[in-house]
Design a protein around this ligand. Sequence first.
Ligand code: ZN
Length: 281
Amino acid sequence: MKTFFDHRMSAPSGSFSPSGEKPSSVVADWLAHQLIEVVGFEPASNVDLELAHCADYVRDIFAGNIANGHHNYDLAVAESTRWTVGSMVAAAIHAVTNGTTTCSPSSGFHHASYDSNHGYCTFNGLIVAARKVLDLPGVESVGILDCDWHAGDGSEQIIERLGLSQQIHHYSSGMLWIKSVSDYFDWLEDSIQNLLDHDVSVILYQAGADAHRDDPLGGLLNDSELLERDQFVFTQMRKYQIPVAWNLAGGYQREADGSIEKVLSIHRNTMKASLQNLFFD
Ligand SMILES: [Zn+2]
C-alpha cells in the first residue's frame, strides 16, 4: 500500500491524544509487518490551508498567537500539521489519478473549522485534500466518509461556510449519536450508497479507531465489528472501482505504560483490509 509518510508529521503534543506521535508509531508497525511502501510528499503551504481556513487563522496558528488543536502554542506541533495535511493531499491526489487505494497515516482534521479548532484538530486536511482533488481535470465531486466516532463538525461547518455541498459529499457517523451496531452498519451502507449515487471521483475514508467500544472516548464496535466495518468499506470500493485515500483519525486506548498497542492493532487491521481489496496499483 502506498503510504504517504514523512517523519515531520509526528510531533509530541503532550496531550491526552496520542495522535501527535501516531504517524511514526503506526508506520513503524506497518513496516515491521511488511504491509506498506513509504512515499514522500510536499508539506501543505499557507495557500493550501487557506482552501479550508481564513488567512488570519492560518497565520495566527504558525505565529503561536492562538492555540493549536492540542490546546497549546507549540510551534513544532503547528508545523507538523503542514505535513499531516500534505500527506492527506498527496494520498488523495495519487488515489484519484491512479485509480487506486492509498493511505495517509494522519489524524487531527475533522474538528477544525474555518477559523477555530478543538478536539486535537488544527487544520482540516480532509477539506484541503478534497478541494485539491476538485482542482484536477474531470473531478466534479469528492466524498468524505468519516467513521471516527466523533462528529465531523469542522468539516460540515467549512462545507456550509464555503458553499461546497454540491462538490463535497460528507457523511460522518459521529453527527448522529448511533446507538446500536445494526444502526451503525445501516448508516454505513446508506452512506456508501449515497456516495455512489453522487458519482464521487474519490472517497476520503477516516477509519477512526475510537469507534471501538473500549475506547475511553468511544465507541460501539468490538474488534471483529471494527474489522467488518473496514472490510465492508473496502470491498464496496473495489466492487464499484472507487479510489480511496484513507487515514487514521482518533484512537485513545493506552496500556499502563503509555503505549498504544490496541490502537496500532486496529489500524493494522484496517491496513490489512485495504490491502485485501486493492484493485489496482
Ligand atoms: Zn474521534
